[in-house]
Design a protein around this ligand. Sequence first.
Ligand SMILES: [Zn+2]
Length: 280
Amino acid sequence: MANMAKAEIGVIGGSGFYSFLDDVTEVQVDTPYGAPSDSLFLGEVAGRRVAFLPRHGRGHHLPPHRINYRANLWALRSVGARQILGPCAVGGLRPEYGPGTLLVPDQLVDRTRTRVGTYFDGLPLPDGTVPNVVHVSLADPYCPAGRAAALKAARGRDWEPVDGGTLVVVEGPRFSTRAESLWHRTQGWSVVGMTGHPEAALARELELCYSSLTLVTDLDAGAETGEGVSHDEVLRVFAANVDRLRGVLFDTVAALPATEERDCPCASALGGMDPGFPLP
Ligand SMILES: [Zn+2]
Protein backbone atom coordinates (compact mmCIF):
# COMPACT_ATOMS: atom_id res chain seq x y z
CA MET A 1 0.00 0.00 0.00
CA ALA A 2 1.30 3.44 -0.89
CA ASN A 3 2.42 5.54 2.03
CA MET A 4 -0.39 8.03 1.48
CA ALA A 5 -2.82 5.20 2.16
CA LYS A 6 -1.25 4.28 5.51
CA ALA A 7 -1.92 5.71 8.93
CA GLU A 8 -0.69 5.06 12.46
CA ILE A 9 -3.60 6.59 14.37
CA GLY A 10 -7.34 6.26 13.81
CA VAL A 11 -10.01 8.77 14.81
CA ILE A 12 -13.64 7.67 14.77
CA GLY A 13 -15.79 10.78 14.83
CA GLY A 14 -17.64 13.31 12.77
CA SER A 15 -16.54 15.02 9.57
CA GLY A 16 -15.86 18.21 11.56
CA PHE A 17 -12.54 16.72 12.60
CA TYR A 18 -10.89 16.41 9.18
CA SER A 19 -12.91 18.44 6.66
CA PHE A 20 -10.56 21.42 6.75
CA LEU A 21 -7.25 19.47 6.65
CA ASP A 22 -5.02 19.89 3.60
CA ASP A 23 -4.19 16.90 1.45
CA VAL A 24 -6.77 14.47 2.70
CA THR A 25 -6.78 11.19 0.80
CA GLU A 26 -10.03 9.28 0.61
CA VAL A 27 -9.53 5.51 0.76
CA GLN A 28 -12.25 2.91 0.41
CA VAL A 29 -11.58 -0.21 2.44
CA ASP A 30 -13.52 -3.46 2.37
CA THR A 31 -13.43 -5.96 5.21
CA PRO A 32 -14.58 -9.54 5.85
CA TYR A 33 -17.49 -7.96 7.74
CA GLY A 34 -18.56 -5.69 4.92
CA ALA A 35 -18.02 -2.00 4.41
CA PRO A 36 -17.18 0.41 7.24
CA SER A 37 -19.38 3.43 7.91
CA ASP A 38 -17.69 5.38 5.13
CA SER A 39 -14.39 5.83 3.34
CA LEU A 40 -11.35 6.46 5.47
CA PHE A 41 -9.95 9.97 5.16
CA LEU A 42 -6.20 9.98 5.61
CA GLY A 43 -4.28 13.09 6.45
CA GLU A 44 -1.47 14.42 8.57
CA VAL A 45 -1.80 15.98 12.02
CA ALA A 46 1.30 17.20 13.88
CA GLY A 47 3.47 15.06 11.62
CA ARG A 48 1.45 11.91 12.39
CA ARG A 49 -0.51 9.99 9.77
CA VAL A 50 -4.15 9.83 10.86
CA ALA A 51 -7.11 7.95 9.39
CA PHE A 52 -10.46 9.62 10.08
CA LEU A 53 -13.65 7.62 9.87
CA PRO A 54 -17.06 9.28 10.15
CA ARG A 55 -18.77 6.94 12.61
CA HIS A 56 -22.28 7.60 11.33
CA GLY A 57 -21.22 8.03 7.70
CA ARG A 58 -21.15 11.27 5.78
CA GLY A 59 -24.51 12.90 6.24
CA HIS A 60 -25.03 11.00 9.49
CA HIS A 61 -27.27 8.33 7.97
CA LEU A 62 -26.32 5.43 10.29
CA PRO A 63 -28.01 5.25 13.70
CA PRO A 64 -25.82 3.88 16.52
CA HIS A 65 -27.31 0.37 16.40
CA ARG A 66 -26.69 -0.01 12.66
CA ILE A 67 -23.04 1.04 12.62
CA ASN A 68 -20.79 -1.77 11.41
CA TYR A 69 -18.40 -1.55 14.34
CA ARG A 70 -16.46 -4.67 13.36
CA ALA A 71 -15.82 -3.31 9.86
CA ASN A 72 -14.81 0.08 11.26
CA LEU A 73 -12.10 -1.21 13.60
CA TRP A 74 -10.90 -3.77 11.08
CA ALA A 75 -10.60 -1.12 8.35
CA LEU A 76 -8.61 1.20 10.59
CA ARG A 77 -6.21 -1.54 11.60
CA SER A 78 -5.81 -2.64 7.98
CA VAL A 79 -4.40 0.76 6.98
CA GLY A 80 -1.90 0.57 9.81
CA ALA A 81 -3.66 2.33 12.69
CA ARG A 82 -2.75 0.88 16.09
CA GLN A 83 -4.06 3.64 18.36
CA ILE A 84 -7.67 4.75 18.10
CA LEU A 85 -9.39 7.82 19.50
CA GLY A 86 -13.17 7.63 19.77
CA PRO A 87 -14.62 11.04 20.60
CA CYS A 88 -18.37 11.02 21.15
CA ALA A 89 -21.29 13.11 22.37
CA VAL A 90 -22.82 11.99 25.67
CA GLY A 91 -25.44 12.98 28.20
CA GLY A 92 -24.33 13.98 31.68
CA LEU A 93 -25.77 11.86 34.50
CA ARG A 94 -24.84 14.29 37.26
CA PRO A 95 -25.88 17.94 37.53
CA GLU A 96 -22.24 19.02 37.75
CA TYR A 97 -21.51 17.44 34.34
CA GLY A 98 -23.37 20.05 32.33
CA PRO A 99 -23.13 20.81 28.61
CA GLY A 100 -19.56 21.50 27.55
CA THR A 101 -18.01 19.12 30.08
CA LEU A 102 -15.16 17.03 28.67
CA LEU A 103 -14.89 13.68 30.44
CA VAL A 104 -12.23 11.08 29.68
CA PRO A 105 -13.80 7.85 30.94
CA ASP A 106 -11.90 5.03 32.55
CA GLN A 107 -14.78 2.57 32.75
CA LEU A 108 -17.59 1.31 30.57
CA VAL A 109 -20.95 -0.38 31.10
CA ASP A 110 -22.63 -2.11 28.17
CA ARG A 111 -26.40 -1.81 28.10
CA THR A 112 -26.76 -2.40 24.35
CA ARG A 113 -28.78 -5.36 23.12
CA THR A 114 -28.51 -6.01 19.40
CA ARG A 115 -24.88 -5.45 18.47
CA VAL A 116 -22.22 -7.95 17.58
CA GLY A 117 -19.50 -7.22 20.08
CA THR A 118 -16.78 -9.71 19.11
CA TYR A 119 -14.63 -11.01 16.28
CA PHE A 120 -14.27 -14.30 18.14
CA ASP A 121 -17.66 -15.81 17.45
CA GLY A 122 -16.49 -19.08 15.89
CA LEU A 123 -18.31 -18.30 12.63
CA PRO A 124 -16.39 -18.65 9.36
CA LEU A 125 -15.12 -15.58 7.55
CA PRO A 126 -15.77 -15.23 3.79
CA ASP A 127 -12.32 -16.70 3.02
CA GLY A 128 -13.12 -19.84 5.03
CA THR A 129 -10.97 -19.18 8.06
CA VAL A 130 -12.79 -19.82 11.31
CA PRO A 131 -12.10 -17.54 14.30
CA ASN A 132 -11.24 -19.29 17.52
CA VAL A 133 -13.17 -18.66 20.71
CA VAL A 134 -10.90 -16.28 22.60
CA HIS A 135 -11.65 -14.30 25.76
CA VAL A 136 -9.78 -11.02 26.19
CA SER A 137 -9.66 -8.93 29.35
CA LEU A 138 -11.65 -5.72 29.25
CA ALA A 139 -11.21 -4.98 32.96
CA ASP A 140 -9.70 -1.64 32.01
CA PRO A 141 -11.36 -0.86 28.70
CA TYR A 142 -9.34 2.22 27.77
CA CYS A 143 -5.68 2.62 26.89
CA PRO A 144 -3.80 4.30 29.75
CA ALA A 145 -1.42 6.05 27.34
CA GLY A 146 -4.30 7.37 25.24
CA ARG A 147 -6.14 8.61 28.32
CA ALA A 148 -3.04 10.39 29.60
CA ALA A 149 -2.48 12.04 26.23
CA ALA A 150 -6.10 13.23 26.07
CA LEU A 151 -6.04 14.65 29.61
CA LYS A 152 -2.78 16.47 28.94
CA ALA A 153 -4.10 17.84 25.65
CA ALA A 154 -7.28 19.18 27.25
CA ARG A 155 -5.41 20.88 30.08
CA GLY A 156 -3.03 22.40 27.54
CA ARG A 157 -6.02 24.12 25.98
CA ASP A 158 -7.48 25.33 29.29
CA TRP A 159 -10.34 22.87 29.16
CA GLU A 160 -10.12 21.14 32.52
CA PRO A 161 -11.33 17.60 31.87
CA VAL A 162 -13.03 15.20 34.22
CA ASP A 163 -10.39 12.52 34.72
CA GLY A 164 -12.20 9.18 34.81
CA GLY A 165 -15.77 8.06 35.18
CA THR A 166 -18.06 5.45 33.75
CA LEU A 167 -19.62 5.68 30.32
CA VAL A 168 -22.82 3.65 30.12
CA VAL A 169 -23.72 2.75 26.55
CA VAL A 170 -27.38 2.31 25.69
CA GLU A 171 -28.91 0.86 22.57
CA GLY A 172 -30.69 3.99 21.35
CA PRO A 173 -31.51 5.62 19.07
CA ARG A 174 -34.06 6.92 21.56
CA PHE A 175 -32.88 8.70 24.66
CA SER A 176 -33.40 7.24 28.14
CA THR A 177 -36.59 7.41 30.15
CA ARG A 178 -36.37 9.31 33.42
CA ALA A 179 -36.42 6.03 35.34
CA GLU A 180 -33.59 4.56 33.28
CA SER A 181 -31.59 7.73 33.62
CA LEU A 182 -32.09 7.88 37.40
CA TRP A 183 -31.08 4.25 37.64
CA HIS A 184 -27.88 4.93 35.68
CA ARG A 185 -27.11 7.83 37.96
CA THR A 186 -27.75 5.93 41.18
CA GLN A 187 -25.37 3.23 39.98
CA GLY A 188 -22.68 5.89 40.16
CA TRP A 189 -22.18 6.06 36.41
CA SER A 190 -21.11 9.39 34.92
CA VAL A 191 -22.22 9.84 31.33
CA VAL A 192 -24.45 8.01 28.86
CA GLY A 193 -23.83 7.47 25.15
CA MET A 194 -24.79 5.16 22.29
CA THR A 195 -21.56 4.24 20.47
CA GLY A 196 -18.85 3.49 23.05
CA HIS A 197 -19.71 -0.20 22.92
CA PRO A 198 -18.70 -2.35 21.14
CA GLU A 199 -16.00 0.01 19.85
CA ALA A 200 -13.79 -0.41 22.91
CA ALA A 201 -14.21 -4.19 23.10
CA LEU A 202 -13.53 -4.76 19.41
CA ALA A 203 -10.45 -2.57 19.53
CA ARG A 204 -9.11 -4.67 22.40
CA GLU A 205 -9.70 -7.88 20.46
CA LEU A 206 -7.57 -6.51 17.61
CA GLU A 207 -4.83 -5.40 20.05
CA LEU A 208 -5.56 -1.77 19.28
CA CYS A 209 -5.20 1.03 21.82
CA TYR A 210 -8.54 2.75 22.28
CA SER A 211 -9.49 5.77 24.29
CA SER A 212 -12.57 7.92 24.34
CA LEU A 213 -13.11 11.63 24.82
CA THR A 214 -16.70 12.30 25.73
CA LEU A 215 -18.28 15.71 25.26
CA VAL A 216 -21.40 16.33 27.35
CA THR A 217 -24.05 17.93 25.15
CA ASP A 218 -26.97 17.80 27.57
CA LEU A 219 -28.02 16.64 30.99
CA ASP A 220 -29.76 13.29 30.71
CA ALA A 221 -33.45 13.07 31.64
CA GLY A 222 -32.79 12.01 35.23
CA ALA A 223 -30.31 14.80 35.92
CA GLU A 224 -32.36 17.77 34.74
CA THR A 225 -35.80 19.11 35.44
CA GLY A 226 -37.07 20.21 32.02
CA GLU A 227 -38.39 18.41 28.99
CA GLY A 228 -35.64 15.84 28.63
CA VAL A 229 -33.04 15.52 25.89
CA SER A 230 -33.72 16.83 22.40
CA HIS A 231 -31.70 15.98 19.32
CA ASP A 232 -31.54 19.66 18.31
CA GLU A 233 -29.97 20.60 21.63
CA VAL A 234 -27.37 17.84 21.29
CA LEU A 235 -26.41 19.10 17.83
CA ARG A 236 -26.30 22.72 18.95
CA VAL A 237 -23.94 22.07 21.88
CA PHE A 238 -21.78 19.75 19.80
CA ALA A 239 -21.43 22.36 17.05
CA ALA A 240 -20.52 25.01 19.61
CA ASN A 241 -17.69 22.83 20.95
CA VAL A 242 -16.44 21.03 17.85
CA ASP A 243 -13.58 23.50 17.23
CA ARG A 244 -12.38 23.11 20.82
CA LEU A 245 -12.69 19.37 20.71
CA ARG A 246 -10.81 19.21 17.39
CA GLY A 247 -7.97 21.16 18.96
CA VAL A 248 -7.82 18.76 21.91
CA LEU A 249 -7.97 15.75 19.59
CA PHE A 250 -5.10 17.01 17.46
CA ASP A 251 -2.98 17.70 20.54
CA THR A 252 -3.84 14.20 21.76
CA VAL A 253 -2.68 12.76 18.44
CA ALA A 254 0.59 14.66 18.81
CA ALA A 255 1.09 13.32 22.35
CA LEU A 256 0.45 9.64 21.58
CA PRO A 257 3.49 7.36 21.67
CA ALA A 258 4.92 6.08 18.42
CA THR A 259 3.39 2.77 17.35
CA GLU A 260 6.59 0.83 18.00
CA GLU A 261 6.93 2.41 21.45
CA ARG A 262 3.56 1.27 22.79
CA ASP A 263 4.19 -0.30 26.19
CA CYS A 264 0.56 -0.49 27.37
CA PRO A 265 -1.27 -3.83 27.82
CA CYS A 266 -3.47 -3.18 24.75
CA ALA A 267 -0.70 -4.11 22.33
CA SER A 268 -0.57 -7.66 23.70
CA ALA A 269 -4.22 -8.12 24.67
CA LEU A 270 -4.37 -11.57 23.11
CA GLY A 271 -1.42 -12.67 25.19
CA GLY A 272 -0.23 -14.93 22.41
CA MET A 273 -3.63 -16.62 22.02
CA ASP A 274 -4.39 -17.53 18.41
CA PRO A 275 -7.49 -15.74 17.11
CA GLY A 276 -7.66 -18.24 14.25
CA PHE A 277 -7.15 -15.57 11.61
CA PRO A 278 -4.36 -13.12 10.89
CA LEU A 279 -5.02 -9.67 12.36
CA PRO A 280 -5.38 -7.17 9.50
ZN1 LIG B 1 -2.71 1.12 24.68
